[in-house]
Design a protein. Structure first.
Length: 271
């Protein structure tokens, strides 16, 4: 592997295989945790279950101890945008939550997050989850050599704002592979044909955070938890993608087709 002129790693076949294995454990962790999400369960219990699953697969949770972060995954509830710290807080009917997992396996990193629902959720929550998911998929469909990172951000921003929601500007995706966070920053907004060009061998996350209200966020006193300033709902989906000669491969695909939560499907007669 080597860095290109923009300081972005170009990974070889051996690296690709290593990253892919780490990504598979991360996605399987999220496939597994869904069955435990129900009213009355604490986010701390969910974190412990994820932690044990990751260790049982000879992997290590990347967030545990990362810059002092105290838990093995991030769990962000309702108006929490990202980096929610698992706690004794109990889930309740109508909650929506993002669980973000990063695994280290043999020195390679795999990162993914997805939304989950608790019981019956409202129409606004369903629509938010659908728009956020679709924005990620739109961006992934544009990942190919010759495209730019600006193209990906513009696709997300245009779609989200066209649906009267907002894209969070304060956090972004990132290069990943031999380290947790590498160049480039993958913005979820921007202009077409701007930024570095995508090349075969690049590996990075796309992880749009979308709010039903305004895009501004603030960090709570724990120095980690980011929430919407206007207390509007927020959602996020994240995949790690690897650029191939034609298009890309999503390395963090769900193995049981649960990346999009069943409880978030909109009624046929809804907008």
């Amino acid at each position: 592997m080597h860095k290109n002129k923009d300081g972005i790693y170009i990974y070889n076949e051996d690296a690709y295989l290593g990253i892919k294995k780490a990504c598979e454990i991360a996605s399987k962790t999220l496939d597994m945790i869904g069955q435990f999400i129900e009213p009355g369960v604490t986010t701390e219990q969910l974190d412990k279950t994820c932690h044990d699953f990751i260790l049982a697969h000879n992997s290590v949770p990347a967030t545990l101890g990362y810059r002092g972060y105290p838990k093995s995954c991030c769990i962000s509830l309702n108006h929490v945008v990202c980096h929610g710290i698992p706690s004794k807080k109990k889930l309740k009917n109508g909650d929506i939550l993002n669980i973000d997992v990063t695994c280290i396996l043999d020195g390679w990193y795999g990162d993914t997050s997805r939304m989950f629902t608790v019981g019956d959720i409202g129409l606004k929550s369903k629509r938010l989850i659908e728009i956020t998911h679709n924005a990620l998929i739109l961006a992934i469909k544009n990942v190919a050599p010759g495209k730019t990172f600006g193209d990906l951000g513009a696709e997300i921003q245009e779609y989200v704002e066209g649906n009267k929601m907002s894209v969070v500007r304060d956090f972004c995706g990132h290069g990943i592979g031999s380290e947790f966070h590498q160049a480039p920053n993958v913005l979820h907004y921007g202009a077409y044909h701007s930024g570095p060009k995508l090349e075969s061998g690049m590996c990075f996350t796309i992880e749009p955070m979308v709010n039903t209200g305004r895009p501004e966020t603030k960090i709570l006193n724990d120095n980690w938890t980011a929430v919407t300033r206007d207390k509007s709902l927020s959602a996020q989906f994240e995949h790690t993608v690897f650029v191939k000669k034609e298009g890309c491969e999503v390395l963090t695909r769900s193995h049981n087709n649960t990346f999009f939560p069943e409880g978030a499907k909109l009624r046929r007669d809804s907008v």
